[in-house]
Write a protein that binds this ligand. Sequence first.
Ligand code: HEC
Length: 140
Amino acid sequence: MKKHYISISIIAIIFFSFILYKNFISNNEFKEKKTIQVDGKYNIGKRIYEKYCSSCHDKKMIEYATAPPLGGITKRRNKEWLYSYTRNSYQMYKDGDSIAIKLRSENFGLMTSFPMLNNNKLDAVYYYIEKEYEKNKNTE
Ligand code: HEC
């Protein structure tokens, strides 16, 4: 009788280990798939940001550098404002835009104009900025 219990237990243990092992494998496969996924918009934005913006704005989008950090900016300003500001901030200042005037009064240097950045490119840049900010804001 005792022997029976032991062999049943052994079979049960083997059975459950097998199930656990299978779960472990499929979880790992799932994780890998998630990290391999390529976010094209993020990559385009990253390239533009590193080429045109990161010389003055923080790469982690959190700290003040030569210019203010951009993390969360799409929640503080509307899209039209952001796009015209990026293309020509000085023009907005001259046209009397109140936010542009306030920013100028904080005495940072003057921001370069980027008239060549079309809507698609700016979509990607601001997408990258917010993704990067989400990634970094909890690690600081
Ligand atoms: C030469 C330095 C420089 C570069 C390069 C630069 N900026 Fe700026 N940026 C500034 C400064 C300085 C300010 C603060 C306002 C001012 O004085 O013009 C600013 C302000 C801003 C603001 C307004 C922030 C707010 O609080 O409303 C946005 C948005 C912005 N920059 C986006 C960008 C983007 C996007 C790029 C790249 C395409 C970029 N900047 C490249 C210097 C720069």
